[in-house]
Write a protein of this length. Structure first.
Length: 294
């Protein structure tokens, strides 16, 4: 059975992300794992200068587990399964010492886990580069990571926007993404942002677009995929334009180190623009051995 791991710090934003993941789990027929990582005083800076009682760690663990069970109980008491959906996710909890990335390998050893979910700690996607935990998770995860802003409300799977630079490996991502889209018969818009006018593109660029779309048609067995060219010098402002003119409920990107994803968050101006995007962001890692089938 598929599992979705939701990282929680018991904040209001984390609770909202958990609720979002729970509703997504209903659609994808995936169970939920609420995961909390706690830091003991001894693991903090200058801890070596202080003798911390061993009991403190035990109390912290016990408190964390109680908070986690309370969060799980609240999540399980959500409203009844909506009409037309017969699946209600089971909720399990995991509580471990360390940062969320310290035990990532152990989590990823469970092959049923297909998705990580966590809350955005500030309004807008620019906070992705200011939160060390989130940055580490995006760098180290081998499965997709869904970042949920507090303003986002789950309204089903209807329309995805996949920001692509038309690389061949994006086909693997699209294959995985289409398996998620099937659960809601969602459409997938391939949003290609470029600074050139579409009619002034070189023959090489036009050929690249045609080759990619032909590959999509022949290799991705999903009918609701279409292409949208967006002229803009900045990827982020291009996506902002798309979000204002085309309604979609999920933005999908591929995380390349110092590449497409890096360009999106490369300037303070970009941060300011990205702050206006308040929809969930699904980040696929690259490279990855395999992408999940939802």
């Amino acid at each position: 059975m598929k599992k979705i791991v939701v990282f929680t710090d018991f904040s209001e934003r984390a609770a909202h992300a958990s609720e979002y993941a729970h509703q997504l789990g209903r659609e994808l027929q995936a169970n939920i794992v609420l995961y909390h990582a706690y830091l003991t005083p001894a693991s903090q800076p200058y801890a070596a200068q202080v003798a911390w009682p061993v009991e403190n760690s035990g109390v912290l663990e016990l408190t964390s587990r109680k908070e986690l069970e309370l969060a799980a109980s609240k999540l399980s008491n959500m409203s009844a399964t909506p009409p037309g959906l017969s699946f209600n996710p089971k909720i399990e909890t995991r509580c471990e010492e360390g940062e969320i990335t310290d035990n990532l390998e152990a989590l990823l050893s469970d092959r049923d886990i297909v998705l990580f979910v966590l809350a955005n700690h500030r309004k807008g996607f620019s906070s992705l580069i200011t939160g060390n935990h989130m940055k580490k998770l995006l760098e180290q995860s081998r499965i997709p990571v869904l970042v949920v802003p507090q303003a986002a409300q789950f309204k089903g799977l209807h329309k995805f926007a996949f920001a692509t630079d038309l690389q061949h490996h994006d086909l693997e991502v699209l294959h995985s993404l289409s398996s998620m889209a099937r659960h809601g018969d969602a459409s997938i818009m391939l949003a290609h942002v470029s600074s050139e006018k579409e009619q002034e593109q070189s023959k090489e660029k036009r050929d690249q677009v045609q080759q990619f779309l032909c590959a999509v048609s022949s290799k991705i067995n999903y009918p609701h995929i279409y292409y949208r060219y967006v002229q803009d010098a900045q990827v982020s402002s291009g996506l902002k334009w798309v979000s204002e003119h085309v309604s979609f409920d999920l933005l999908v990107m591929v995380h390349h180190q110092k590449n497409f994803f890096g360009r999106l968050f490369s300037s303070s101006h970009t941060h300011e623009v990205a702050d206006n995007l308040n929809i969930p962001l699904l980040v696929y890692p690259y490279p990855a051995a395999n992408y999940p089938v939802f």
